[in-house]
Design a protein around this ligand. Structure first.
Ligand code: NAP
Length: 271
C-alpha cells in the first residue's frame, strides 16, 4: 500500500452511524474502511478485542473522531451482550456494521489441509470467522429499524484452493453463504447484507498465513491490472455498499483484487 494514498472527502455517509469491528492497527483493512467512511461524514464506533489492543487502536480512533470504543471478543457471548448493550445505550440506533474479523490457529494455515485440520482448529476458525458474523447480524438488526447495511470481509480462497489458506478457505465459504442467508432474512427489513473480497494485503492476519509473500506476488503478477490490491479500492467498495450508492445491492460478494479472481490460466503458462 502506498503511503501517499488519498481518499475522497464528501458527505455520502453524513448522518449515518456505524460500528467497525476488526481494527488491530493502521494496516488493518477495517482501518482503511473506517478512514474512508469518516472522510465521508460517518460517525463511528470501534470494537477492540482486549486491553492490549485498546492501547494500539485508541490513538487511531481518536485521530478520526471515533465516538465510542467498546471491548468485544466475538467468542464470548457475555462480551458481545455488553458491547451491543453499550452501543444501544449510546446511540439507540445504527445504520451500518463492518465485520472485518477472522482467525485460525497457525497449524490450520499451513501444509496439508487434511493432515493439519483438527476438530478444535476447525471449530475455532468457524466460530471466529463465520459464526461471529451471524451473531453480529442478529444483534445489529434490531438497532436498524429504518434499514441499514452490513458488510463482511472475505477472500477468494473460499471459492478456489489457495496453498496454506486451508481452514480459513472453508471458514470464508461458510461466511459467504452466511452473507447470502442473512441478506435474505434481513432484506425485508431493508437491511442490505454483502461481502467484499479483497486480494491479499499486508496485514497482521495475512502474516499468519504461511507463504503469504508468495501469495501476494502471484496475486499481483497474475492479476488483470498487474498491481497489488489497494486499500483505496477496498475502502471505496465498502463505501459504495454501505452508502446509499449501494441501494438495491444485497447478497453480493464483490471482488476487489485487480481482476485476479477471473484468471483461469496465468500469463506465461503455455496452453
Ligand atoms: P487484521 O488487521 O489482523 O484484522 C483482523 C481482526 O480480527 C483483528 O482486529 C483481530 O483482533 C480481530 N479478531 C480476531 N479474533 C477476534 C475475536 N475473537 N474477537 C474480536 N476480534 C477478533 O487483518 P485484516 O487482514 O485487516 O483482516 C480483516 C478481515 O479481512 C478478515 O476477515 C480477513 O480474513 C479479511 N481479508 C483479509 C485479506 C488480506 O489479505 N489481509 C484479504 C481478504 C480478506 P486481534 O488482533 O485482537 O486478534
Amino acid at each position: 500500500m502506498a503511503d501517499d494514498w488519498t481518499m475522497p472527502e464528501g458527505s455520502l455517509m453524513a448522518g449515518k452511524r456505524g460500528l467497525v469491528m476488526g481494527v488491530a492497527n493502521d494496516k488493518s483493512i477495517a482501518w482503511g474502511i473506517a478512514k474512508q467512511l469518516s472522510l465521508q461524514g460517518a460517525k463511528l464506533a470501534f470494537t477492540y478485542q482486549g486491553e492490549a489492543l485498546e492501547k494500539r487502536v485508541r490513538p487511531l480512533a481518536e485521530s478520526i473522531g471515533v465516538q465510542h470504543m467498546i471491548q468485544a471478543d466475538v467468542t464470548d457471548d457475555a462480551s458481545m451482550d455488553a458491547a451491543f448493550a453499550a452501543l444501544q445505550s449510546a446511540w439507540g440506533t445504527l445504520d451500518f456494521v463492518v465485520h472485518a474479523i477472522a482467525f485460525a490457529d497457525k497449524d490450520s494455515l499451513k501444509g496439508s489441509f487434511v493432515g493439519n485440520t483438527t476438530r478444535a482448529g476447525f471449530a475455532l476458525a468457524m466460530d471466529i470467522s463465520a459464526y461471529s458474523f451471524v451473531d453480529v447480524c442478529r444483534r445489529a438488526a434490531p438497532l436498524m429499524p429504518n434499514g441499514g447495511a452490513i458488510i463482511a470481509l472475505t477472500y477468494q480462497g473460499s471459492e478456489r484452493v489457495v496453498p496454506n489458506y486451508n481452514m480459513m478457505g472453508v471458514a470464508k465459504a461458510a461466511l459467504e453463504a452466511s452473507v447470502r442467508y442473512a441478506a435474505r432474512d434481513l432484506g425485508p427489513k431493508k437491511i442490505r447484507v454483502n461481502a467484499v473480497s479483497p486480494g491479499p494485503m499486508r496485514t497482521l492476519a495475512m502474516a499468519g498465513i504461511s507463504g503469504g509473500r508468495q501469495l501476494m506476488t502471484a496475486a499481483r503478477d497474475w492479476s488483470l491490472l498487474k498491481e497489488d490490491t489497494s486499500m483505496e479500492g477496498v475502502a471505496g467498495c465498502a463505501l459504495w455498499l454501505l452508502s446509499d450508492l449501494g441501494k438495491s445491492v444485497a447478497g453480493e460478494c464483490i471482488h476487489v483484487d485487480a481482476g485476479f479472481h477471473v484468471v483461469g490460466v496465468p500469463e506465461g503458462v503455455e496452453a
